[in-house]
Design a protein. Structure first.
Length: 326
């Protein structure tokens, strides 16, 4: 076969592939969409996913079916999502920790970073909150820092794990404020509350919904929120950044899809996500359940945010003396 005929055949194949991709985007969605949650059912994350998928279904005019794929602290389901067919019929709600910390600490995952999946939107953010018993002698972040500096190595703070946002919060604040607070990782929120209420630790780095009941009962008080925006859940609690500490810590949930998803479909999903998160009743749901409305970022903005998060995690691993696997 001559070169001209080879080039013509190659061009025909390319045009056919482009035509198929265009047809796929034009027809989307023509069937149910699988929405992977890489966590177990129940709890606040499940509630967020249920509310978001209900709204998303209404916006795009297709049924969105939740598929729970727990395991590996979220890495199993995330791996299934990034390896799914890139046709717009499989998406996932995944946390910033799974997207940017897990690849640095778990070898052999099917994604190394942002280039291995396509980010489609932000669903909800939940900041880390520093809390104390109601009878603690400190009620502000500045007071906590002064308290900890007066007792180096003798102040203990409960967290949900060393490599979680709450655990990293202790270490990052130690570094920025010159503290020597000992982080005590717990198996879950219930154990953390028990340790704090029982006087076994001095402070708790946690999330609003986990402590709201005890705050309302007068047993605990929120002291600081590690967010760049006000936190309506505890509207009267100061932000760490207002005290001079540049720390935006928390769990942020993103909508992602396989990296080769056609851009036409990706844009439809991005627009649909923005439409859902802009609805008044969805924003009310976020506020009432301890989330904050995420910033309205375009595709480039979300990629930049995730790259920044990855670098922060690398820096945090260095703080605790752990070498990233990537």
């Amino acid at each position: 076969m001559g070169w001209s005929r080879i080039r013509a055949a190659g061009l025909a194949v390319t045009m056919a592939a482009l035509g198929a991709t265009t047809a796929l985007a034009q027809d989307w969605p023509s069937r149910d969409i699988t929405f992977i949650i890489p966590y177990s059912p129940g709890g606040g994350t499940d509630m967020l996913a249920q509310e978001f998928t209900r709204k998303l279904s209404e916006v795009i005019g297709a049924t969105v079916i939740i598929d729970y794929r727990p395991g590996g602290s979220g890495s199993v389901g995330t791996g299934i999502a990034v390896r799914a067919p890139a046709d717009g019929y499989t998406v996932a709600m995944v946390s910033n920790g799974n997207l940017t910390m897990s690849p640095l600490t778990i070898p052999g995952l099917p994604w190394d970073g942002i280039d291995d999946y396509k980010v489609l939107g932000k669903i909800g953010d939940q900041p880390v909150v520093l809390a104390a018993r109601s009878d603690a002698e400190w009620s502000t972040l500045e007071d906590y820092i002064a308290f900890a500096k007066s007792r180096p190595g003798n102040v203990h703070a409960a967290t949900s794990g060393q490599l979680t946002p709450s655990g990293l919060g202790v270490e990052m604040l130690n570094a920025q404020a010159g503290l020597d607070v000992v982080a005590i990782p717990m198996s879950g929120g219930a154990e953390s509350l028990t340790q704090l209420l029982g006087g076994h630790v001095d402070a708790l780095f946690s999330y609003g919904p986990a402590i709201k009941g005890q705050v309302d009962a007068g047993e605990l008080k929120p002291v600081a929120v590690f967010s760049t925006t006000p936190y309506p859940f505890f509207a009267d609690t100061g932000l760490a950044q207002d005290a001079g500490y540049n720390m935006d810590l928390g769990t942020k949930f993103y909508l992602i899809a396989p990296k080769d998803l056609p851009e036409d479909i990706a844009e439809k999903l991005r627009a649909a996500t923005l439409e859902v998160t802009a609805q008044d009743d969805f924003q009310a749901f976020l506020t009432n359940n301890g989330y904050v409305k995420p910033a309205e970022l375009d595709a480039a903005g979300m990629v930049e945010e995730l790259h920044t998060e990855e670098q922060l995690n690398r820096d945090a691993l260095t703080l605790i003396g752990q070498e990233p696997v990537l």
